[in-house]
Write a new protein. Structure first.
Length: 417
């Protein structure tokens, strides 16, 4: 099945993307990304995001999609190491030298060639494949036929932009922002001069309409699109959640009913377009050459009614648990999810001097999982007669058990050099 790849400019957007159905999230770290003015992540936040994504079976990709300076290459190893060790699933790279470096120093880390490389054909794809890139993000100017040709002749994973802002020029080759304001798009600092008015009547003659391919999803998938990518690391969490949820719905519809059963509800399309509007929609270059209808002459604006359902929502995984508290034995808590389990033991169970603890007392404390990635779908109890366990100890054991289970699940993603 294809991967739905959603952007996140900060932790709030990240949680919204996961909650709304993303299969993978791409985000910049503290440095070296092509969105220098996005919120981005601290090192601690990024590692936290990697762990959270893995708990829910998602992937996390880091953007390193700028042209590197010589002195920066010496800093890359120490910069990448904590994310590599945490299990980062891939890096999106523009600089050819950086691809070579990562393949040499971090051989287990998948490399994806960024759209900033302006890849337009089979020969470029084969070259990047020879360098060790596992996936390519072709230039957004390619047709479906051109994408299919690259996929068929190289067998590489193809990551395709399906929604969001479009550049007027080829990504990675535009120098307009550099010339007009000294802010290079190849250093993550594009000022977006093409979005400004350039006529006396104030029209926006270089500003592209936003890409929207909801109705083209079957064609994109059948052309070899594997990772379906949404643009928008500068967007609000409501936008991220709304777009992710809509494409999740229709991607699932395609896999459930096939091309024959794939029908886009006009109200859904309208809802999607209302998340952000640049005076209409545009299906990009997938089925046509460039034309003036791809440009908007009006200023874009956010909708005032954005979805709130997934914003600030943190998902929780169902787990099973068992509490054993028998007379004369140490209290024991076991938690499990699938084939992963973790057990902790505490002090010897005490005899109650007043009211003994019953199942409801233990259950009340065990179900306090609000700040964890888990909730109990089933709890079993093996209790003796007239038993007592201090509430403070029970809470400590619960926290230790849940933390241990989390580490057990994440351990398979960790790496060392």
């Amino acid at each position: 099945m294809a991967e739905l790849l959603i952007p996140a400019g900060n932790m709030e957007c990240f949680y919204a993307a996961v909650a709304a159905g993303a299969d993978a999230i791409y985000a910049g770290g503290p440095r070296f990304g092509a969105r220098a003015y996005a919120g981005n992540f601290t090192e601690e936040e990024y590692v936290q995001a990697i762990n959270y994504a893995h708990l829910f079976g998602k992937k996390m990709y880091m953007t390193l999609n700028i042209l590197m300076k010589e002195d920066e290459m010496a800093q890359i190893h120490d910069f990448l190491l904590p994310y590599y060790e945490a299990g980062l699933d891939g890096v999106i790279v523009q600089d050819v030298g950086l691809i070579r470096y990562i393949r040499r120093e971090f051989p287990k880390l998948p490399v994806h060639a960024s759209t900033q490389m302006a890849l337009t054909g089979v020969y470029g794809a084969r070259y990047l494949q020879s360098l060790g890139a596992e996936r390519i993000v072709p230039a957004r100017e390619l047709s479906l036929a051109e994408i299919k040709k690259i996929h068929d002749e190289t067998g590489m994973e193809i990551e395709v932009f399906i929604h969001g802002a479009m550049c007027y020029s080829y990504s990675g080759m535009c120098l307009m922002s550099s010339f007009l304001g000294g802010r290079s798009g190849n250093r993550g600092r594009c000022a977006g001069p093409c979005r400004q008015p350039y006529e006396k009547d104030g029209r926006y003659i270089l500003s592209m309409k936003d890409l929207c391919t909801l109705e083209l999803l079957p064609d994109i998938l059948e052309a070899g699109g594997y990772s379906l990518k949404v643009e928008g690391r500068m967007k609000a969490p409501e936008y991220v959640a709304g777009v992710a949820a809509m494409y999740r719905k229709y991607l699932d519809l395609y896999y459930e009913k096939g091309r024959e059963g794939y029908k886009v509800n006009k109200k859904d399309l309208e809802k999607l377009l209302n998340l952000y509007s640049r005076s209409g929609r545009n299906t990009g270059y997938f089925t046509k050459h460039n034309g003036y209808e791809m440009v908007t002459i009006e200023r874009g604006s956010y909708a005032t009614d954005l979805p709130k359902d997934f914003v600030n929502e943190k998902k929780q995984l169902p787990i099973k648990g068992k509490v054993t508290a028998r007379n004369g034995e140490n209290v024991e808590i076991t938690v499990e999810r699938g084939d992963k389990s973790f057990t902790v033991k505490g002090c010897e169970v005490q005899e109650a001097s007043k009211r003994p603890m019953v199942e409801a007392d233990f259950k009340k404390q065990m179900e306090k999982t609000g700040n964890t990635p888990f909730f109990f779908e089933k709890l079993d109890f093996d209790l003796g007669n007239n038993v007592f366990v201090p509430v403070k100890l029970l809470n400590e054991l619960r926290r230790s058990a849940l933390a241990g289970l989390e580490e057990e699940i994440l351990s398979e993603y960790k790496r060392t050099l």
